[in-house]
Design a protein around this ligand. Structure first.
Ligand SMILES: [Zn+2]
Length: 436
C-alpha cells in the first residue's frame, strides 16, 4: 500500500496546515434530557425548537421540550421543517425565525431538520437575497458575515452528521437541483447525540442513514490530500473541504469498521439495539471527519440523482411526493465511483475496503477498485438498497442530464483524488446503472 504513507507529502505551492473545527459534543443514552441545561449554559432564554411533522408526535421532541421547560427556557415551536428541504421551505422557516424573536435554536430530527435550522438562523441574522450565500456556481457563494446565534443540534437518525458540520443542503426548485451553503459559522455550537433515538427508526431509514455514514467516511478517506490544495493565504480562506488529513483519517477508519460490522444487523433486526447504537457512534465519527475534510464524487452525483427524481417513493418516508433519500442517492453511485477513483490512490481504497470487512489478502493496486466496490455491493443487497441508479428510475437516456446536474457541484468534484470531467462522470454513471 505504497501511497498511504506518502499521502500527505508536501507539494510546491500546496497547503502545509490543516485545521480541526468541531462542535462541542455530548453523546450517550439519555443525552436529550440535557437540552435545557445545555441551552441555559449557552445563554439561551428563548429558543426556536425545530422539528418535522412526523417527529413532532414522537417522544424525542417531548423529552427536549420538557427539559427546556424545566430549565425555564421559553420555546417557539416550529414543526414545518420539510424532509428533503427546498429554498421555499427554508424561506418559510426564516420567516418563522424572524418573527419568533429568539436568542438560540434547537433542532430535533434528521439532517433535513438540522439543515433547516441552520438556514433559518443564517437568513434571520444576516438577511440577504436567497442565492447570496449559496455555493457557486449555482449561487453567489458570498461568505457568511459572522457568528450566528447558538444552535443545539439533536440528531434522531444515524446518518447525515449534520450536527457536526457547517453545511446545509436543499433543493433549489427553479433549477431542479440540489445545492447547499457551506460555512464554519453554520456549524452547531453543541451536538446532543442520544443513541436511544435510533431504536424506533424504520428499517429503510436506518439503511439509508448507514450508507450515508459509510460514504462520508470512505469519501473523506479517499479525498484529495490537503497538501495538494493550493495554500490558503489566510486561515479564514481555508475551506472546510480541505481534503483528507491525518485528523479526518482517524474518524474515517473507525466509522468504516463500525459500519461494516453493524450495518446489516441494524437494518434487518430492529431489536438489535447494540448495532443501531454503534451506527450512531459511527455517524458521529464520520461527521466530525468529513466536516474537516469534505466528501467528493458520490455526493456530487447524488445531488443530481436526488434532484432529478422521477417517481421513486421509498418505504418508511413520507409518501406524498417522490423522493430519493439522501443516503440512497449517494450509495447507488458509490461502487462505480470508487472503482474509478481507486486508480488515483489504490492503497487508500484497499485500506477502506479492509476497514469495511473485505478480505484484501493477495489484492494489489490493480484490484483496489474492484475489491472496495464489491464490498459495498455486498452490503447493499441484504439491506434493501435499490440496484444502482436504474433501481431508482434512471436509464441510459438520463445520463446526460445527470452529468449536467453534477458538473455544478465543483466544491465536491474538486475534492476528489483525481481530476473529474464530464467524460469521467459518464463512465461513472454508466457503471452505476446496475450492480447485480
Ligand atoms: Zn451525506
Amino acid at each position: 500500500m505504497g501511497c498511504c504513507h506518502h499521502y500527505f507529502t508536501a507539494t510546491e505551492g500546496g497547503e502545509d496546515v490543516f485545521a480541526v473545527d468541531v462542535s462541542s459534543i455530548a453523546y450517550g443514552p439519555g443525552a436529550l434530557n440535557e437540552a435545557g441545561e445545555q441551552a441555559k449554559a449557552l445563554g439561551i432564554k428563548r429558543v426556536a425548537l425545530f422539528t418535522d411533522k412526523r417527529l413532532a408526535a414522537l417522544e424525542h421532541v417531548a423529552i427536549v421540550r420538557k427539559s427546556l421547560q424545566n430549565a425555564g427556557v421559553d420555546i417557539a415551536f416550529y414543526d414545518e421543517a420539510r424532509v428533503e428541504p427546498t429554498d421555499e421551505s427554508f424561506k418559510a422557516a426564516t420567516r418563522f425565525a424572524e418573527e419568533a424573536k429568539v436568542d438560540g435554536f434547537i433542532s430535533v430530527g434528521g439532517g433535513s431538520v438540522m439543515d433547516t435550522a441552520k438556514a433559518a438562523s443564517l437568513y434571520a441574522t444576516y438577511p440577504a437575497d436567497f442565492l447570496a450565500y449559496v455555493n457557486a456556481p449555482v449561487g453567489e457563494g458570498r461568505p457568511v458575515p459572522g457568528k450566528l446565534k447558538p444552535h443545539i443540534a439533536c440528531p434522531t437518525t444515524s446518518g447525515t452528521g449534520s450536527e457536526c458540520t457547517g453545511v446545509t443542503v436543499f433543493d433549489l426548485l427553479s433549477m431542479k437541483a440540489k445545492t447547499g451553503i457551506a460555512s464554519r459559522y453554520l456549524r452547531p455550537a453543541q451536538a446532543l447525540i442520544d443513541p436511544l433515538t435510533t431504536h424506533t427508526l424504520p428499517a429503510n431509514v436506518v439503511a439509508c442513514s448507514a450508507f450515508d455514514v459509510l460514504s462520508h467516511a470512505l469519501e473523506s478517506y479517499t479525498a484529495m490530500p490537503f497538501t495538494r490544495r493550493t495554500r490558503s493565504r489566510t486561515p479564514a480562506e481555508r475551506p472546510m473541504s480541505q481534503g483528507a488529513n491525518p485528523w479526518s483519517d482517524l474518524g474515517c477508519r473507525e466509522a468504516l469498521r463500525l459500519a461494516g460490522r453493524y450495518m446489516v444487523r441494524a437494518v434487518t433486526d430492529a431489536a438489535d439495539h447494540e448495532a443501531r447504537e454503534q451506527l450512531m457512534w459511527a455517524s458521529t465519527l464520520a461527521g466530525i471527519a468529513f466536516g474537516n475534510s469534505g466528501v467528493h464524487v458520490p455526493h456530487g452525483m447524488a445531488y443530481a440523482v436526488a434532484g432529478l427524481v422521477k417517481d421513486y417513493r421509498p418505504e418508511g418516508y413520507p409518501d406524498d411526493e417522490p423522493i430519493i433519500p439522501h443516503g440512497m442517492s449517494v450509495i447507488v453511485n458509490a461502487p462505480s465511483v470508487f472503482r474509478t477513483t481507486a486508480a488515483a490512490c489504490p492503497g487508500r481504497h484497499l485500506e477502506g475496503a479492509e476497514c469495511l470487512g473485505a478480505d484484501v489478502r493477495g489484492a494489489g493496486d490493480a484490484d483496489a477498485g474492484e475489491v472496495v466496490g464489491a464490498r459495498i455491493v455486498e452490503l447493499m443487497k441484504p439491506t434493501g438498497i435499490p440496484n444502482g441508479i436504474a433501481g431508482v428510475g434512471y436509464g441510459e437516456a438520463d445520463i446526460e442530464a445527470l452529468i449536467q446536474g453534477t458538473l455544478p457541484q465543483q466544491r465536491l468534484l474538486k475534492n476528489a483524488p483525481m481530476e473529474i470531467g464530464a467524460k469521467h462522470l459518464h463512465t461513472m454513471f454508466e457503471g452505476a446503472l446496475s450492480y447485480w
